[in-house]
Design a protein around this ligand. Structure first.
Ligand code: ATP
Ligand code: MG
Length: 425
């Protein structure tokens, strides 16, 4: 939105420091429902927005007068919109013009905004919606809607009023000193600001499910770190590259979390040697959860998150999930428990993780997988197998060799890929 009328070029409203001109309106989602704690949530929204704007290439400003956050700066509005759309907690993201709250300025800028929105269309149906927070403005909302409708309609060729199914809705929000005019609205990532519900550790494999689960956890306010178990030293590092690329993609939606990589191969062999047999996969999952709970102390996580969906594969029967829970000292959250595979894949595509998940890898779970996985693991049998190992020692050894990475942070070089697999850029 480059077109500005004279009014919009004025330096700044009296008593405020932000200039008139292009900006972005960010309407708050669920945060508006918060009572006494609302300010804490709003602060978190602003902090996360600031992190999302890092490296955007120019100065920016953020202001939250009430249930809308206003974002502006010395960068193209399209760039601000793109960044704001990755921040969890806003119900909509609207490029807008911030103009003086006078009738002349509102008329002129409404015309400029509508002209741009109608460019390239013919016979555009339009509606004007006014919201007046400053009751001192000369006209009521309804009066101004009618006034602007009558003012705009003859000034743009082929424009017609359509209040039931408009092609373009011009929104005018009148504040005390400034007014926001916009004709474009993008859906935001509704939910609770990341971090407002605490921290979690996501068990991130290379498949479709766990990245989607991580995103759902973030949407409920959980800041996420990630742990990936590779089959090293018996597998190539392709699954690690995938986990890194997935974590980097997921970190676009939150203040970046760490990726911890655990080489599980030797411990998997120990379980096999201990006679896990058909219980191998569930025993591995229990070991993963045990190790993740121990790791959570270091990352500050209060819960684990997995991509399990009930009954999707043999290891995800109710009995097997319950057996895994028994090995955890923290709550195991499973945001996808009731999702179908197709819903998960659709969501992964929308998120941008599907194209990484689809890449081939050498997964630790296929290493030593029995021909038939037990669907009803008994705790007694699992414990008997585990007793043949010193589990505390095994977990300690796994944690002693954890590799910590910070995907998506500027000072972190991506792992070097070998010929077999490359990290998508
Ligand atoms: P995904 O698509 O997430 O790989 P899946 O359908 O392949 O899931 P499983 O392989 O049974 O299902 O894994 C169930 C969950 O266990 C995963 O969503 C993930 O949270 C966790 N998990 C499995 N393998 C690993 C691994 N190698 N590293 C970390 N977590 C894992
Ligand atoms: Mg998997």
């Amino acid at each position: 939105m480059d077109h500005l009328t004279d009014g919009a070029r004025l330096p700044s409203p009296r008593g405020a420091t932000e200039p008139y001109g292009p900006c972005v309106l960010l309407k708050h989602g669920e945060v508006v429902l918060k009572g006494r704690n609302r300010q804490r949530f709003v602060q978190r929204l602003e902090d996360n927005l600031r992190v999302a704007l890092r490296g955007i290439g120019g100065s920016t400003w953020i202001r939250t007068p009430h249930t809308i956050t206003v974002l502006g700066g010395q960068v193209p509005v399209a760039d601000l919109v793109a960044r704001a759309r990755t921040v969890v907690g806003f119900s909509s993201v609207e490029p807008a013009l911030r103009v003086p709250s006078t009738l002349e300025s509102v008329e002129a800028n409404a015309l400029a905004v509508l002209r741009e929105a109608c460019a390239g269309r013919t016979g555009t149906g339009f509606a004007v919606r006014v919201r007046r927070r400053d009751k001192g403005f000369a006209l009521t909302s309804t009066q101004l809607e009618r006034h602007l409708g009558a003012f705009l309609q003859p000034r743009i060729d082929g424009l017609r009023v359509d209040l039931t199914a408009p092609d373009v809705t011009l929104t005018v929000e009148i504040e005390h000193r400034e007014t926001y005019v916009s004709a474009e609205r993008h859906p935001g990532l509704t939910g609770l600001p990341v971090g407002s519900s605490g921290r979690a550790l996501v068990l991130l494999s290379g498949g479709y499910d766990s990245p989607v689960a991580a995103h759902r956890a973030m949407r409920r306010g959980l800041a996420c770190d990630f742990v990936h178990f590779s089959g090293a030293p018996y597998t190539n590092p392709s699954s690690v590259y995938k986990a890194y690329a997935l974590a980097r993609e997921l970190n676009r939606y939150q203040p970046p979390g760490e990726l911890h990589v655990v080489s599980l191969g030797k411990a998997q062999k120990q379980l096999a040697v201990a006679g896990a047999g058909r219980l191998q996969v569930v025993a591995q999952r229990r070991l993963m959860v045990r190790t993740a709970c121990a790791l959570a102390g270091a990352t500050g996580a209060q819960a684990l998150v997995t991509g399990d969906s009930l009954g999707q594969v043999a290891s995800q029967t109710l009995a097997n999930l319950a057996a895994v829970d028994q090995a955890a000292t923290l709550p195991v959250l499973r945001p996808l428990i009731g999702w179908e595979k197709q819903e998960i894949i659709d969501q992964a595509r929308a998120l941008g993780t599907a194209e990484i998940s689809v890449l081939p890898d050498e997964d630790c779970c296929s290493l030593l997988a029995p021909p038939q996985v037990s669907t009803g693991a008994r705790l007694g049998q699992l414990r008997a197998v585990e007793k043949r190992l010193d589990l505390d020692e095994v977990v300690e050894a796994l944690l002693a060799n954890v590799q910590v990475m910070r995907p998506g942070q500027e000072d972190e070089p991506a792992p070097v890929a070998d010929a077999g697999c490359s990290v998508p850029s």
